[in-house]
Write a protein that binds this ligand. Structure first.
Ligand code: X5A
Ligand code: ZN
Length: 651
């Protein structure tokens, strides 16, 4: 039997009235030639179909999308911006659309964009109105394009109209709704810059955003999301930012922020209604977010907010780019909206030390406005912290390295028994790849290694599978497990460097990169393994920890022709991987020598400090030394100083 009310009071309804809104027309907004893009129509399709197959949509009131009226949109955006979005999809803009889109930051536009933007904004208005009127207890608007980055005169970050800001102004303007104080909770992994600006001086709207910030280097990459940004004039104190110093934040971090900032403030503010900018890109497995909130975490965050505003809550979708993660997160939220049942599950980890630091900074900054934040947090509490990033939930330091969701699933999600989670994961797609494999197995190449792969037992993990000393994660190996046919060493005029804060395989500390361009004063020792081009493809995949399915090769014969001419070859399919740039180093016995490293753009980011240069960890450095020594290239002393040199010389 569904909809059992385990809550108190015999008079309560057996089923809460929960609204859900989905409209296929919002899928007509997509990239002009349907090029792949994280913000694509399948996002809302995946959520909608998940909610249906789980039987949740059937327990909700399904609402129709509506286009927003210009007068409400104009309460947030300027006339010129509204004119652009209204007209952009018409025929006479066909030739100019791409050029206009390129003037914005992270925006694409097509014939369907206008309608989708109007529907997204109008749909959030629609569900908000119904919840405000009491026709519904709460609701979820499954909308796109998202909205929270969109500013007064600016589309950005995949957002055209600021859906949540528009709905907020609508609620405040309809006096008979009696909604005078609104809490906006923005749990999208990115800062809600557009929403912040909309209500900067407005004390009727308490804007709260928790986001990756990394001192202003995470998108939108400025200081707007800093905790010192608290609003101005009458709005001072009504803007609260919780900026993460690092990625990898999970349930424990978010719930600590809820318990020690958001919930006490919500109590004191006492909102008439809550709007959630519900991006699910802080979810475990998200390709952009690099955080690891589980469905249980989202459920708890939502549950804790339901004690306010008499449960009048509207969720509006923002970001979230892993289809399985966003579907499961949305499902967990819907179950909370529908049920009085308590959420079960547990958070095993502690918050990061940096999380306590940020919480304390926020409380300090805002205690003059919110007396509930005035007390110092007890040391007994703040000393409970994750030792160092726990390896099993350590998602690499970059905001982009593709994730192995499977591993995270087992460690983090499976214990959360009541929330069914089945994140898809890829294995080598054997059947589809048979044909290219049999072709590429006939071609030999030299795979030239400059990092830990110089130590043969370590490299063999990429062929045979498994792990060796110092590695924190096993490799899957190649499909063809035959050993390298030959091994030889050579030096090349390239610069070796170490960067990034941590890696999945070695933990904290930098890993080796090769400057893709050569320079005469540089020298790098390289161990060359003669393997097949098929095996090289499997190595490429493992080096770039990707969910790419290998139904076609990453690097084929055409790529080989191309690289001999151009010198390097970027792998589009794993472009988020750290080693997606294949570099050609010449020929050896009529066989091409190939290596893999980052591209020159990343080198620039290393140089500017945007991506950190970092010395290797002890385990990792030892592996390199071992490779050089056992390979007969250098004495131990020489090897140690060679590595140290590369790790300390400025770029
Ligand atoms: C809504 C949202 C992300 C934009 C990232 C641009 N936008 N690199 O998640
Ligand atoms: Zn986002």
């Amino acid at each position: 039997m569904e909809g059992v009310d385990s809550g108190s009071g015999g008079t309560s309804r057996s089923q809460r009235r929960v609204g859900i809104l989905y409209d296929e027309r919002m899928c007509r907004h997509h990239t002009p030639d349907d090029e792949p893009h994280p913000e694509n129509p399948n996002r809302i399709r995946a959520i909608w179909s998940k909610l249906q197959s789980a039987g949740v949509a059937q327990r909700c009131e399904v609402l129709n999308a509506k286009e927003a009226e210009d007068k409400y949109i104009l309460s947030v955006h300027g006339k010129s911006h509204v004119d652009v979005i209204r007209n952009i999809s018409s025929k006479q803009f066909n030739s100019r659309r791409n050029r206009i889109a390129s003037k914005f930051n992270s925006i694409y536009l097509n014939e369907g964009s206008s309608e989708a933007a109007y529907l997204a904004a109008g749909s959030v208005v629609e569900v908000a109105k119904r919840v405000a009127k009491g026709e519904l207890d709460s609701a979820f608007a499954i909308v796109r394009p998202p909205g929270h980055h969109a500013e007064h005169d600016e589309a950005m970050g995949f957002c055209l109209y600021n859906n949540v800001a528009i709905a907020t102004n609508f609620l405040l303007s309809e006096k008979e709704l009696s909604i005078n104080k609104i809490l906006i909770v923005d749990w999208d992994v990115h800062h809600g810059n557009g929403t912040q600006k909309s209500f900067w001086k407005d004390p009727r709207v308490l804007f709260f955003s928790v986001h990756r910030h990394e001192f202003g280097s995470f998108y939108p990459a400025n200081d707007d999301g800093d905790y010192t940004m608290i609003g101005e004039g009458p709005g001072a104190g009504y803007n609260i930012n919780v900026p993460w110093e690092n990625g990898r934040c999970g349930d424990a971090d978010y719930l600590a922020v809820w318990d020690h900032i958001l919930i006490p403030v919500a109590k004191q503010f006492n909102p008439d209604m809550i709007l959630i900018s519900a991006g699910f890109d802080a979810a475990v497995g998200d390709p952009l977010g690099g955080c690891c909130v589980t469905p249980y975490g989202y459920a708890m965050m939502l549950k804790k907010l339901m004690d306010f505003a008499r449960g009048k809550i509207v969720l509006a979708l923002e970001g979230g780019y892993n289809l399985a993660s966003i579907s499961n997160s949305a499902l967990a939220c819907m179950e909370v909206l529908l049920d009085n049942k308590t959420v079960t599950g547990s958070t095993e980890a502690y918050p990061f030390e940096s999380t306590w630091r940020v919480i304390q900074a926020v409380r300090q900054e805002l205690k003059a406005f919110w007396s509930v934040l005035a007390d110092e947090l007890p040391t007994k509490l703040t000393s409970q912290k994750a030792p160092i990033p726990v390896m099993k939930i350590l998602i690499s330091g970059s905001d982009s390295e593709a994730e192995d969701v499977e591993e995270l699933l087992q460690d983090v999600i499976l214990p959360l028994s009541t929330l069914r989670v089945d994140v898809d994961h890829h294995v080598l797609a054997e059947s589809a790849s048979v044909s290219w494999r049999s072709d590429l197995t006939k071609i030999d190449i030299w795979y030239a290694t400059f990092g830990s792969n110089m130590w043969k037992p370590r490299f063999l993990c990429y062929i045979e599978g498994g792990l060796v000393d110092g590695m924190q994660k096993p490799c899957s190996g190649s499909m063809d497990k035959s050993l390298p046919k030959e091994i030889l060493w050579k030096t090349f005029p390239h610069r070796l460097l170490f960067g990034r804060e941590s890696s999945r395989t070695w933990g904290l500390g930098g890993v080796a990169f090769l400057h893709p361009e050569s320079k005469n004063e540089d020298i790098v020792h390289m161990c060359l393994y003669r393997i097949t081009l098929e095996q090289f493809n499997d190595v490429l995949l493992q080096e770039n920890v990707s969910s790419y399915d290998m139904s076609s090769p990453l690097f084929d014969l055409t790529s080989l022709d191309c690289i001999k001419e151009k010198g390097s070859f970027n792998l589009e399919a794993v472009k988020k991987g750290w080693y997606h740039n294949v570099v050609y180093l010449g020929m050896q016995q009529d066989i091409p020598i190939l290596t893999m490293t980052c591209d020159t753009l990343v080198i620039e980011n290393f140089r500017s400090g945007k991506v950190p240069l970092r010395a290797p960890s002890e385990d990792y450095a030892n592996t390199l030394v071992r490779g050089l020594v056992e390979g007969g290239q250098l004495s131990e002393e020489e090897a140690v100083s060679y590595i140290k040199d590369a790790a300390t010389k400025p770029l």
